[in-house]
Write a protein that binds this ligand. Structure first.
Ligand code: SAM
Ligand code: SF4
Length: 336
């Protein structure tokens, strides 16, 4: 197939060059904003094998995907996951891919950081919302911050460039946000704050968690000088240079400032379901065409057909008293 003649372009003229692949919906944490405590996970037999995930990702690469982010659930708890990174690294080696990366909670990084670097991974996103061990325990329910810190040390030692993602949570980490900046920038990491999104039913009311980043930015401006940065990652974050630390601070604002007009991505779950938008329910089954034939033609056709249905954007809303999630899927299913 001639990818130059037919790149993936959606009905709104957006070129789709980035996929996020969730390799498992399972996780060794139970973050209060992401999952409910009592989650039902997909039966293991429904999952695509690592070989099938490789075939699926490779089809996207042939169709012009330049960046793959492996995510979950917690991607590093999937058994044998390094074999997927190893096989996908050939696309980095051939320059078909600009970037192979992952988003992780960091719990397994001490084990895998060096091998990830060896597979051509250069930058990783690590999610960390607080530096306070007790708060960390309360937020993740099952996590141990010391293990994440060991993982970060291993990432540094392996030469992986780290970006920290922190979900801004009202009354939980807002007072600590300035210290998170000082810590992350002190370690040479970029830091990005994210607004909580109404995805999946959880125990807490979303309104009680939601902190508009407009508010956080205003309060951070009392401690730091935030200069709009020329840097653009190609993603939804808007960046600021922090004069006092010399580091970079990003804000991802799906609620207060919708960025869908520049969306370049789709998401595929561990069962081969493709979501054209994080915040909408329409989906395409890629597992059936993948398994139907040894040829990738049906799969590529299914991908192309799905891209024609990519919606304009999400319509997230978090208001007092509003109890419905925008989608019933938790973030851990679609992949962050
Ligand atoms: N387990 C990995 C991790 O935590 O980095 C990868 C998957 S996790 C679903 C990806 C990202 O989504 C994390 O940064 C997490 O904080 C974020 N996230 C989860 N639920 C969210 C929600 N409801 N709103 C905003 N971000 C969310
Ligand atoms: Fe697990 Fe990541 Fe969700 Fe936390 S945010 S429960 S670490 S998938």
């Amino acid at each position: 197939m001639n990818t130059l003649a037919a790149p993936l372009v959606d009905p709104f003229g957006r070129a789709i060059t980035y996929i996020r692949v969730s390799v498992t919906d399972r996780c060794d944490f139970r973050c209060v904003y992401c999952m409910s405590e009592d989650m039902t996970f997909l039966p293991k037999q429904d999952l695509l094998s690592l070989e099938e995930l490789d075939r699926l990702c490779s089809a996207f690469v042939r169709l012009g995907t330049r960046k793959i982010r492996v995510t979950g659930g917690e991607p590093l708890v999937r058994r044998g996951i390094m074999s997927l990174f190893r096989s996908l690294s050939r696309h980095v080696g051939s320059s078909a891919l600009d970037e192979l990366t992952l988003t992780t909670n960091g719990s397994q990084l001490a084990k895998y950081a060096a091998e990830l670097r060896d597979c051509g991974v250069e930058r990783i996103n690590v999610s960390l919302d607080t530096l306070d061990p007790q708060k960390f325990k309360a937020l993740t329910r099952w996590g141990d911050i010391a293990q994440v810190m060991k993982g970060l040390d291993a990432a540094d030692a392996a030469g992986l460039k780290v970006k920290i993602n922190a979900v801004a949570l009202k009354g939980v980490n807002d007072a600590e946000a300035g210290d998170l900046i000082a810590w992350a920038h002190g370690r040479g990491y970029d830091l990005t704050f994210i607004e909580v999104m109404p995805l999946g039913e959880i125990e807490n009311a979303r309104f009680d968690q939601y902190l508009p980043l407009t508010e956080l930015r205003a309060s951070l401006s009392q401690r730091y000088t935030l200069e709009p940065s020329l840097y653009a990652s190609g993603g939804p974050a808007r960046y600021f240079d922090v004069a006092e630390t010399g580091g970079r601070l990003g804000f991802i604002t799906p609620l207060t400032h919708n960025f869908c007009e520049s969306c370049n991505r789709v998401r595929v779950t561990c069962t081969g379901t493709m979501y054209m938008c994080l915040g909408q329910d329409d989906a395409a089954d890629l597992r059936t065409p993948l398994r139907r034939s040894e040829s990738d033609e049906p799969l590529e056709q299914a991908i192309r057909a799905a891209i024609t249905r990519k919606p304009k954007g999400h319509d997230f809303l978090i208001e007092r008293g509003q109890s419905h999630a925008s989608t019933r899927r938790h973030m851990s299913v679609t992949g962050g």
